[in-house]
Design a protein. Structure first.
Ligand SMILES: CC(C)(COP(=O)(O)OP(=O)(O)OC[C@H]1O[C@@H](n2cnc3c(N)ncnc32)[C@H](O)[C@@H]1OP(=O)(O)O)[C@@H](O)C(=O)NCCC(=O)NCCS
Length: 154
């Protein structure tokens, strides 16, 4: 079973390689302003995910699971760990861009919205700036999940 934890600097090259092998971009990966997770199994990096946090909302980015381990719940585990972190940071909404995995995000409780709404909510997110610069917003798909605040201990 895969173990999910924060990456060390040594993990970043393997994380980038896994993203690149799956056609995902790697700009700003591991940047201190973001929140990052990796998953390991049998000593190999088999997954990862990141969060870019703004005011009241956060963007899921760089979510990837090794092809051989898909449909076993690892993507969901990484996503729910990002939800926990976003809640702790006071976010009410979690967003994602995805043209390749819309069914995953819908299964995870996201609803489709417009890239324009995402960009207006998270204008300072590095991925939003990158996609704006590349003029990709028009062709992207965007998803939003409303997240409840964490339950306070009595
Ligand atoms: C998206 C991704 C991270 C999902 O990882 P995963 O470990 O396979 O996800 P899970 O096993 O937790 O899937 C949870 C649910 O999502 C849905 N789902 C996941 N992949 C799906 C697919 N390819 N087609 C349809 N539904 C899918 C299913 O409902 C699934 O539940 P089920 O297996 O019980 O039916 C993985 O497919 C991936 O790395 N894709 C390439 C990179 C990418 O597109 N990342 C997203 C951009 S940020």
């Amino acid at each position: 079973m895969a173990v999910v934890r924060k990456p060390t600097t040594l993990d970043l090259a393997a994380f980038k390689a896994l993203l690149a092998a799956n056609g995902q971009r790697t700009e700003d990966l591991g940047a201190p302003a973001g929140f990052w997770l990796v998953a390991h199994e049998s000593g190999a990096l088999v997954g990862g995910a990141g969060l870019e946090v703004g005011k009241g909302a956060a963007l899921v980015r760089s979510l990837v699971v090794h092809e051989k381990l898909r449909r076993q719940g690892l993507g969901s585990a990484l996503l729910e760990a990002l939800v926990d972190e976003a809640q702790k940071r006071g976010c009410d909404w979690l967003y994602a861009f995805s043209t390749e995995a819309p069914d995953f995000f819908k299964a995870m409780g996201f609803r489709e919205t417009t890239p324009a709404e995402l960009a207006a909510t998270l204008p300072e997110a590095p991925q939003v700036k990158l996609y704006t610069r590349l003029k990709w917003l028009e062709t992207e798909r965007a998803f939003r999940r409303d997240i409840a605040p964490p339950v306070q201990a009595a």
